[in-house]
Write a protein that binds this ligand. Structure first.
Ligand code: GDP
Ligand code: MG
Length: 599
């Protein structure tokens, strides 16, 4: 295929606006997959993706389409559908020249529509707006078309109106892709190979599979290629296109995207954004990608200590296919041996945790999420705090020069009836409004700068609940700013519970302290002695509750007689004890921990 007859494009959309459905439809129209097959949604391969309806790992599929008598090669490069994965989105987009901006014609523009639009726009992609779900009775294509004009300044005179579900209008999309999206720049087959590695995954049978976008030269089976990043040499064992699974073609030409198997042992060798060249023909590396930075950290511990090896095994298996998760061992005095994992965002964290539970049956306790605070000491050293335990306190404080926290640029779209409570929520989270635009008579787009730490716990849930589910939210990182932060310790009979410590803005420390002690009083079991529950910043007690002593004797319920029943109950009590964690002389049940960790 000459580059003029290749199109590389992706579909960008807010979650649930029909991206996967449309991808399936396009694959059916082009005969890439059969209509009657049972495994719906080829692009969403992971179980968790199907269940949660979001794409986590980008996928790529090639299809053929005849236009004005000529056959074209269309490469659909999928993008993950969520803000946490914007790094994956941008790397998928880097292999494209255009994007279909899919908008639900009843819901209209949502936060991720805006975020994804700007990502694509920033990469100079040709953007083709499409209105989906026009079959719905509530669809209002004209109103949504006006939203698109207002928000993105895109012309909508001959906008495609489709139903990905029924197939209505979908035939016209492929022609539009060919007409509107430019072909990849005319590479040169005679110049040396220059290929961009933009994705990789681990296949149990084939090993590491890499996705390449070939800019110059050819990538051929049997070639010896080198990585600019590592200088390592590889044999090209196989190369081809995704149609929809790997189909060997022996060679990839300029402008093409496809897979190659280089015999890598692990995906960590596949450095995303790396440039590959032919042995003896070194080329200049293409500008790489900013590596994904974990922005949310959580401690993960086995529910019972003897499950640590199993948890270790499960985490390694999951991390092998997700290079954006960082893994470090951690020991907590209250929860024992575990891990500190770093994620791109809270959804990434939830997805990982769910996969851990589903695919590997790991029973885990996760501590409340922490964002990476930056502490600069007077001697010039900078420390990124990933765990409240590492936050300086006491005498250490005299050595601290300043503390900074990460911020985000948040985009919220909402019907204007919820505007008041939403602004109130953002302001109560130390937010700063930067923009407020009506995109039609009743819908508002709001932009705020917010401290990330105020968003990672319950912000999204609160937003959803005060807007009856109608507001959508997305964000991008906005750098670090100075912040007055303190470490809030939780003490039980004067002993700190490390797993419950948190980092708070000074202004909210007291309120959090009061809520925490009240909640703890509620979830802790009474014990043989009184328990003093306290929250403290440094030596200063911010809140205090007392849980009175009570003799807990379950056998008191059996009036003498029944010995076997008595024994059974004692046995049960012993078992319960095994699931207890000790902090000083206070027992904390698993359930109490789980409740405290919840948002
Ligand atoms: P994604 O999150 O963007 O990948 O969205 P999906 O393709 O998973 O679609 C989300 C939901 O919308 C599914 O229940 C689809 O069946 C439904 N859907 C997608 N396209 C249409 C459409 O054109 N009309 C109607 N009525 N429903 C659609
Ligand atoms: Mg999907």
């Amino acid at each position: 295929f000459p580059p003029e007859r290749i199109r590389n494009f992706s579909i960008i959309a807010h979650i649930d606006h029909g991206k996967s459905t449309l991808a399936d439809r396009l694959l059916e129209i082009t005969g890439t997959i059969r209509k009657d097959r049972t495994n719906k949604q080829v692009l969403d391969k992971l179980k968790v993706e199907r269940e949660r309806g979001i794409t986590v790992k980008a996928q790529t599929v090639s299809m053929f389409h005849t236009y004005k008598g000529e056959q074209y090669l269309l490469n659909l490069i999928d993008t993950p559908g969520h803000v946490d994965f914007s790094y994956e989105v941008s790397r998928s987009l880097s292999a494209c020249q255009g994007a279909l901006l899919l908008v639900d014609a009843s819901q209209g523009i949502q936060a991720q529509t805006v975020a994804n639009f700007y990502l694509a726009f920033g990469q100079d992609l040709e953007i083709v707006p499409i209105l989906n779900k026009v079959d719905l009775p509530a669809a209002d294509p004209d109103r949504i078309a006006r939203q698109i004009e207002t928000a993105f300044e895109l012309p909508t005179d001959n906008i495609l109106k489709i139903s990905a579900k029924t197939g209505l209008g979908c035939d016209a999309i492929l022609d539009r892709v060919i007409e509107a999206i430019p072909p990849p720049t005319k590479g040169d087959t005679t110049t040396p190979l220059r290929a961009l590695l933009f994705d990789s995954w681990y296949d149990t049978y084939l090993g590491v599979i890499c996705l390449f976008s070939v800019l110059d030269g050819r990538l051929k089976k049997g070639d010896k290629v080198l990585s600019c990043h590592s200088d390592r040499k590889y044999d090209v064992l196989d190369v081809g296109i995704m149609h929809p699974e790997q189909r060997s073609t022996g060679v990839l030409f300029p402008g093409q995207v496809g897979y190659a198997i280089l015999g890598m042992k692990s995906t960590s060798e596949a450095h995303i954004g790396d440039t590959f060249y032919l042995l003896g023909n070194k080329v200049e590396a293409l500008p790489g990608f900013q590596p994904a930075k974990p922005m949310v950290f959580s401690g993960v511990f086995p529910v019972s200590a003897d499950e640590f090896p199993k948890l270790n095994d499960s985490i390694s298996k999951l991390a092998i296919n997700d290079a954006s998760v960082t893994v470090a061992k951690e020991t907590s005095s209250s929860l024992g041996q575990g891990f500190r994992l770093g994620f791109l965002g809270t959804l990434h964290m939830d997805v990982f945790r769910q996969r851990l539970e589903q695919e590997y049956e790991a029973n885990v306790i996760c501590t409340a999420p922490t964002v990476p605070f930056k502490v600069t000491y007077k001697d010039g050293t900078v420390h990124h705090i990933r765990n409240p335990a590492e936050f300086p306190e006491g005498p250490m404080l005299t050595k601290v020069d300043n503390v900074e926290e990460p911020t985000i640029n948040a985009t919220i779209l909402t019907p204007d009836v919820y505007l008041g409570p939403i602004l109130e929520l953002c302001n109560s989270r130390r937010g700063q409004e930067t923009e407020l635009t009506y995109i039609d008579d009743t819908r508002v787009m709001i932009k705020y700068i917010l401290p990330m730490t105020e968003v990672v716990t319950d912000f999204y849930d609160r937003l959803k609940s005060i807007s009856s589910g109608f507001a959508s939210f997305d964000y991008e990182e906005a750098g670090y700013v100075d912040a007055d932060l303190v470490k809030l310790n939780v003490l039980l009979n004067s002993k700190p519970v490390d797993a419950l410590a948190s980092i708070q803005h000074r202004s909210s420390a007291e309120m959090t302290a009061r809520q925490t002690v009240a909640k703890l009083k509620d979830v802790l079991d009474r014990q043989l002695y009184e328990i003093v529950i306290q929250c403290a910043v440094g030596g200063k007690i911010m809140a205090r509750e007392t849980l009175a002593a009570m003799r807990k004797n379950v056998t008191a319920k059996c009036y003498g007689g029944d010995v076997t029943r008595k024994l059974k109950l004692l046995e049960k009590q012993k078992k319960g004890k095994a699931r207890m964690k000790m902090v000083g002389n206070v027992e904390i049940s698993q359930e109490a921990f789980l409740t405290m960790m919840k948002k």
